[in-house]
Ligand binder design. Sequence first.
Ligand SMILES: [Zn+2]
Length: 212
Amino acid sequence: MVCCVPVKGYFEENCFFYIDDHSLHGFLIDPGAEAGRLLDLIQREGWTIEKILLTHGHFDHTGAVSQLREMLDIPVLAHENADRYLLDPKMNLSAFCVGNWIVKDVDCLKDGDRAALSGNPAFALKTIYTPGHTTDSVIYYSERDGIAFVGDTIFKGSIGEYRYPGGDRNTLLKSIRERIFTLPENTVLYSGHSGETTVKAEMRRYSTISTL
Ligand SMILES: [Zn+2]
C-alpha cells in the first residue's frame, strides 16, 4: 500500500508511506514536516516503519527526519552524495527559508542498492540514481508493485527545478530519459510536489512538445 501524506512546512510536500499489507511493516519516504502528525498516523494504523528513505537532501524533504528518527529509532538512508546537502544549509536551501537545518548520520545508498524489509526481502525498493535536480537525487523503484517515488526529478506535467546548487538541466533531462522513461510505461510515479502520474503519461507529453 502507498499512502501519500501532504505535509505543510515552509513548502507543502508529499511524504509517502510504502507499507507491506501483510506485515504492516514498511518505509517512510521524504518526511518533510509535521513529525507529530506522521507519528500519530503510524501509531493509529499500527505500522512498523523500518527505514526512512530520502530522495534528496533539500530541507523541504527532510524537516521531520531528526525527530522521527529519535522517536522511532530507525536508520535514515540517502544517496552517497547526500551529505553535501544534508550537512550544508546553503546547499539544502534551509539557510534561505527557515534557518540553518542539517541532518547528520545518514546511511549511504549507491545506484542499484535495494532497501528491503527485514521480515520480507521481496518487499523492497531499488535505488536508481537520477542527478539533475541535485547531485544526490535518486528515485526508489518497486518492480513488484510497478511504482516509483521520484522526489523532485519529475512531476505530473513538469520536470524538476535545475537552477538550485548542484542542479543541471542536461543532466536532469538525461536522468529522466534514460532512468525514468526506460521503466515499464505503466509505472506509477509519486513525486514530492504534484499528483501521481505514470511513465506513459509523461512520455506522451514530452513526445508532443519534444522538450526531452
Ligand atoms: Zn528538491
